[in-house]
Design a protein around this ligand. Structure first.
Ligand code: 5AD
Ligand code: SF4
Ligand code: FES
Length: 361
């Protein structure tokens, strides 16, 4: 078997090599993390881009078996932020020189929703003179809807594949036409065709998921040539069907460690993409996001959702930043990023360098 040292020297990862890296421990694990840190510094710099996260609505038509805000969970009060609230959050981001926001919500389709978002995009552009970049994370939509949103000014889109193995995907979703792996893949392809900077990602440490699945996830990212990645550990939620498999899960610490390794390996594999240090990482480890920055992540998403809604947007349990106002998350994150030795790129859009490289070649 190849040693971690040799694999890192060679730099060209196949499935076998990725599996060795995912299983590395002790000094070898440290070597992986060092290499990822170096790669980040060399290719994207030690800069962190901020994306203000607006959890726009927890209405969701879907029933993913792992997610707290699935349609079947009646314990949350369903909300949708008003346009004014979104504009206020956008203005906060703009004034604080975040340069970019992400609008995320449960999955909904239909003309009313498409038009509401389109309209909001126009309002945000008008309010900020186009200075604030908007990323959408609103699930699978028709090509027509994606085109409308693109034309209205959103040029980045996040849509996690969740798991790249179609059989595993089926186990984690209801088997019906609304939760179709192929449809999700088509949506990703459609976004790319339209010209969006495309971000995707997976959950790590799910029931039934193997190390080989995780290695395949990384190979899928490379094959699809993604611009941005957001990966985080799976965290169980009591009021979801998947909760019954909790006993079969890796301990939280191991899931966290695997997530760090996934970030590190991906940074080495795809040197110039943007990789998020996700909130789910922080849920397991108080310094989870800083640790992710140290092994290759370069994007952080401070929460801008009005506090009154946050307890109703719990995709998983123990989510942090439930009571902290935008201002508090801002100073908290500034301190954390500095502690990690990185610098916040205020006022920079921080487009994926990979997107630029692949579209100007
Ligand atoms: N644990 C971790 N991440 C989750 N997500 C949904 N449910 C969970 C969970 N229980 C993630 C999914 C989704 C993103 C918005 O949140 O990957 O794409
Ligand atoms: Fe809805 Fe997304 Fe949760 Fe699935 S993961 S239930 S689509 S919010
Ligand atoms: Fe919200 Fe630290 S980022 S409290």
């Amino acid at each position: 078997m190849l040693s971690v040292n040799k694999i890192l020297e060679k730099g060209d990862f196949d499935k076998q090599a990725i599996l060795v890296l995912l299983n590395s421990t002790g000094n070898e694990r440290q070597l992986l993390f060092e290499k990822a840190k170096e790669t980040k510094a060399k290719y994207v710099g030690r800069k962190v881009y901020l994306r203000g996260l607006i959890e726009y609505s927890n209405y969701c038509a879907k029933n993913c078996l792992y997610c707290g805000i699935r349609a079947g969970n009646s314990r949350y009060v369903r909300y949708q932020m008003t346009d004014e609230e979104v504009l206020e959050a956008a203005e906060f981001a703009w004034k604080n020189r975040y340069a970019s926001i992400v609008i995320q919500s449960g999955e909904r389709t239909g003309e009313t929703f498409a038009a509401t978002i389109e309209n909001l995009l126009h309002k945000i552009t008008a309010k900020t003179g186009g200075a604030l970049h908007v990323t959408l994370s609103l699930g699978e939509q028709s090509e027509e809807t994606y085109l409308r949103w693109y034309a209205a000014g959103a040029h980045r889109y996040l849509l996690r594949i969740e798991v790249s193995n179609p059989l595993l995907y089926q186990k984690l979703h209801p088997v019906d036409k609304f939760h179709d792996y192929q449809a999700r893949m088509e949506a990703l392809k459609c976004l790319k065709r339209i010209g969006f900077q495309v971000g995707t990602g997976v959950m790590i440490g799910l029931p039934f998921q193997t190390m080989a699945d995780l290695a395949d996830d990384l190979l899928f990212f490379r094959e699809f040539d993604i611009d941005m990645a957001g990966m985080g550990p799976y965290i169980e939620h009591e009021h979801t069907p998947l909760f019954q498999y909790s006993r079969e899960l890796l301990p939280l610490r191991d899931r966290f460690d695997l997530a760090l390794k996934m970030v590190a390996i991906l940074r080495i594999m795809m040197k110039d993409i943007n990789i998020a240090a996700t909130t789910a990482m922080q849920t397991i480890d108080g310094q989870g996001r800083e640790k992710a920055l140290l092994v290759g992540a370069n994007v952080i998403m401070p929460n801008l959702t009005p506090v009154k809604y946050r307890q109703d947007y719990l995709l998983y349990e123990n989510k942090p930043c439930i009571d902290e106002e935008a201002e508090e998350c801002k100073s908290c994150l500034e301190a954390r990023i500095h502690m990690a030795g990185d610098e916040i790129a205020y006022g920079e859009w921080g487009d994926s360098k990979h997107f630029k490289n692949r579209t100007t070649e």
